[in-house]
Design a protein around this ligand. Structure first.
Ligand code: ADP
Ligand code: MG
Length: 682
């Protein structure tokens, strides 16, 4: 790399020991670090016409002093100085708080420059800076830098100016000229110059565009390089099978596949047949029918003579999937078994043994399923359902299980595309963007808690028709105990309310797995009519006769989670309802409730969720896979992200990238990040 710029910052004029320490504290070690320390904001000192300035905006104007200043004191230290100033043809009042000493500097009839906040209604400027005489034109846009310790913005600005004078001509270009031309982006040195010494906001925008693109491009190149590396270094399984057997199975399904399901099945099977290892993310809104896609892929694996594994986050879901896979596949002589941490002793031993012998074709389970003691004879495919919380690292661990099975991740939390191509940038993505025909829209209402009685009588009407209801109590993350108590309370209120007429069941995380299984069984056969539950039923559960979802304290949930919960109803042909009980205090809380009532589209919701919560929070605290960008903003700059991704895909696939001089600096950046050596991603 460019050695001049990699010298310690102390080679820049004006940086002594103290300065060096302060800079190091900010993560600035080399000349390049200093040059790349970009302002976070700019202050606008350009002269403006008052007519163009909005109320409460900061403004710099020039005018003539029109009256003698007048000074009032309040108490010992506080004062207010006012003076009338003629700006263009407008007479305004300039107010200075606690700057009494300025009184003697202001000369009647003299020309004056004021910077401050414009109060349009009172025609007043609340002055923060003033100067007698005309402004000099040089410092119109003043960059503001993050600083630490004794280092001031001013001194930092001086150091950066020095660094530029000494080293500007060493700033090397890393983006290939063809791409710069295509997007009309400035060179790297020009970009940094514009960001540190701009003359206009247009210039800043121009320069920022380049830095955003550069940041995204570097990130996406790493992801794509990782993808290429993993593909080429893991010889995957070629699943070979008779296509007729598969078409017969698909024709035997109780319903025709939707177009979207067909397309996704094709994508998945193409991956399974290929010698590369499949590494695919399947997204589909709640109820879009991902399970059957999983069933088809698992069957293909069995047809090719391999075993398949389906991993899910909860035992309830494991039971449900094992049940539906058994119904679909046992007539075809496929043996499906279930393994969770609560299956112990002899039973567990027998399952593990049969698995090793290859007598079990498909194993469904919680994460217990990829533990070391679990040995497959020949694992061909691993599917994880509802696993959107996995980070890049965890995904890598999973891929490294077994010989080299194909891997399919399924998630019902529609991940906004911007996030999907960052957090899951190294994977291929398939989307089911269509619901099975004939689904009715779920009607969603937002009501205050004091309407509870009316809600309960509405629930009762549905129960009279033979339908069922879920009532969800929020998860209190800090305390599972409080959480359970909450559910117990609601359960006893409802048991009392419905008295002997309807049976109310209870489900929460503290139940044993036998108890959970029993409650779910009773609910799915309508022996239990109302199920009070914590969010453990959030994902995947399928009881089509349930038509009402009541959510207590709905403001405590994120949009994606609310959508997941709502997705438990509307799974059959009956009209379904979702009722959000909420008294949100914050504006975003209210906004979330409104959005829920307005749309049933998971992708729209997840985009909104991302806007309201920001990318860091989107996946919850556990998520470890989200990168942080210095300048770029995934939401605001999503177009650049898309473009950079496509460019990265093309570059990584091209020969030129790997052997031409033009790409050397980019290659070095990727090599430095370690992805090609199979090291950890940061
Ligand atoms: P999810 O994508 O949320 O996991 P499921 O796989 O549980 O959705 O499917 C939801 C419901 O839709 C199930 O009852 C399933 O049998 C049904 N279903 C799936 N695909 C179709 C289809 N093509 N036509 C009709 N019903 C379907
Ligand atoms: Mg599902």
């Amino acid at each position: 790399m460019n050695s001049e710029l990699h010298q310690p910052v102390t080679v820049v004029k004006g940086i002594g020991d103290e300065g060096e320490k302060a800079l190091n504290d900010m993560g600035i070690y080399t000349v390049l670090d200093l040059l790349e320390h970009i302002p976070y904001r700019y202050e606008d000192y350009r002269l403006k016409q008052l007519e163009d300035v909005k109320h409460d905006e900061r403004v710099t104007v020039q005018g003539k002093v029109h009256s003698e200043p007048s000074l009032t004191f309040y108490g010992r230290k506080r004062s207010r100085l006012t003076v009338r100033v003629l700006v263009e043809r407008i007479l305004v009042t300039a107010v200075f708080f606690n700057q009494a000493y300025l009184k003697n500097k202001i000369e009647l009839g003299g020309s004056i420059t004021l910077t401050g906040k414009w109060d349009q209604h009172r025609q007043t400027i609340n002055v923060s800076e003033m100067k007698m005489g005309d402004v000099t034109r040089t410092s119109e846009l003043k960059p503001l830098y993050h600083t630490k310790g004794d280092l001031t913005t001013k001194s930092l600005q001086r150091l950066i100016t020095n660094a530029f004078q000494q080293y500007e001509h060493h700033i090397a270009e890393i983006i290939p000229t063809s791409l710069l031309k295509q997007y009309k982006l400035p060179s790297r040195s020009q970009t940094l110059r514009l960001l540190h010494f701009p003359n206009s906001f247009e210039q800043i925008k121009h320069a920022r565009r380049r830095m955003v693109y550069e940041e995204f491009l570097l990130f996406q190149l790493k992801m794509q390089a990782l993808r290429k590396f993993e593909r080429e270094n893991s010889s995957g399984i070629c699943h070979e099978f008779k296509p007729e057997a598969l078409s017969m199975f698909i024709q035997s399904l109780p319903f025709p596949l939707t177009k979207a399901q067909e397309r996704v099945v094709e994508e998945v099977i193409a991956d399974m047949k290929s010698p590369y290892r499949m590494n695919r993310l399947l997204q589909g809104d709640v109820g879009s029918g991902k399970t059957v896609v999983a069933a088809i892929a698992l069957y293909v694996s069995c047809l090719a003579g391999y075993q398949g594994a389906l991993m899910v986050p909860t035992e309830i879901l494991a039971e449900q999937h094992a049940h539906s896979l058994t119904i679909l596949l046992s007539p075809l002589n496929i043996r499906v078994e279930i393994l969770t941490s609560s299956i112990k002793g002899k039973q567990r031993k027998a399952i593990l043994e049969d698995l090793k012998q290859g007598n079990i074709n498909i194993l469904v389970g919680t994460h217990a399923l990829i533990q070391e003691e679990v040995d497959f004879l020949s694992l061909g495919l691993v599917i994880t359902d509802e696993q959107h919380r996995f980070g890049v690292e965890q995904r890598r661990v999973l891929r490294e299980k077994g010989e080299s099975p194909d891997v399919l991740f399924m998630t019902a939390t529609p991940i906004p595309r911007t996030l999907a191509i960052t957090a899951f940038g190294e994977m291929d993505v398939s989307v089911i963007d269509e619901l099975p025909a004939g689904r009715k829209q779920i009607e969603t209402y937002w009501v205050k808690h004091n309407m509870l009685d009316r809600i309960l009588s509405f629930v009762e009407k549905e129960l009279q028709k033979g339908r069922q209801a879920y009532v969800i109590c929020p998860l209190i993350e800090e305390s599972e105990k409080l959480d359970v108590q909450n559910a117990l309370d609601v359960h006893s209120i409802l048991t009392h309310y419905f008295a002997s007429k309807y049976s109310v069941g209870l489900m929460h995380g503290r139940l044993t797995s036998d108890e959970k299984e029993e409650v779910m069984r009773a609910f799915s056969t309508n022996e239990v009519n109302v199920l009070v539950s914590t969010t453990v039923v959030e994902v995947g559960v399928n009881v089509p006769n349930a038509t009402i979802m009541v959510i207590y304290d709905a403001e405590r949930f994120g949009l994606s989670q609310l959508h997941q919960l709502r997705g438990r109803v509307g799974r059959g042909e009956n009209q379904s309802y979702c009722i959000l009980l909420a008294d949100p205090k914050s504006e975003t809380g209210k906004e979330r409730m409104r959005i829920m009532t307005e749309t049933n589209d998971g992708f729209v919701l997840s985009e909104k969720d991302l806007e309201l919560r920001g990318p860091g929070d989107f996946f919850g605290k556990k998520q470890s896979g989200m990168p942080e960008f210095k300048i770029a903003d995934m939401i605001h700059d999503y177009r650049a992200l898309e473009v950079a991704r496509q460019d990265a895909v093309n570059l990584i696939q091209s020969r030129e990238f790997w052997d031409q001089e033009e790409y050397k600096l980019l290659r070095e950046r990727i090599e430095k990040s370690g992805v090609l050596a199979g090291e950890k991603l940061d």
